[in-house]
Ligand binder design. Structure first.
Ligand code: SME
Length: 138
């Protein structure tokens, strides 16, 4: 397989495993920074979203990229800078993927529950993002 195809199936597998194994992960996807410096939707599992491109600073995804840190919103109704994909979504966690201290993308997870995320989700997903960063080098 060509490298692009391999990266794609690897990222898709991660989405599928997280979506299938963690009951409160109801949408799992990757946004990667494109040539225009905008977050662009890559592999995902869950309902299709209209938010295919997201500018830095916009929504929870854009804020995580801007602040260069994991962003957890336990109740999206209380977040004003939020891009809604589905009324079913109640909470969201976004974890940046770093390469040489720069954000190259992120993993985005939506949940249909309020306050499902804790420190273990953060640590676990930061580990996955670090692994993805290493993988994309190969
Ligand atoms: N809710 C996100 C947009 C992406 S969707 O959740 C898939 C946000 O506010 O950035």
């Amino acid at each position: 397989l060509a490298k692009k195809e391999k990266d794609k199936s690897f990222m898709k597998c991660i989405c599928e495993i997280l979506y299938e194994k963690v009951p409160y992960y109801d949408w799992v996807g990757f946004y990667m920074i494109n040539d225009e410096g905008v977050l662009e939707l890559g592999d995902f599992v869950g309902e299709p979203t209209e938010h295919v491109k997201i500018k830095i600073g916009e929504g929870i995804c854009g804020q995580a990229a801007d602040l260069k840190k994991t962003f957890i919103v336990q109740n999206v109704l209380k977040e004003t800078n939020y891009l809604s994909c589905s009324p079913k979504v109640k909470s969201e966690i976004v974890v940046p993927i770093f390469k040489n201290k720069e954000v190259i993308g992120e993993i985005d997870i939506d949940s249909h529950y309020v306050s499902p995320f804790d420190e273990r989700d953060k640590k676990f997903l930061e580990g996955i993002c670090s692994m993805v960063s290493d993988y994309l080098d190969k």
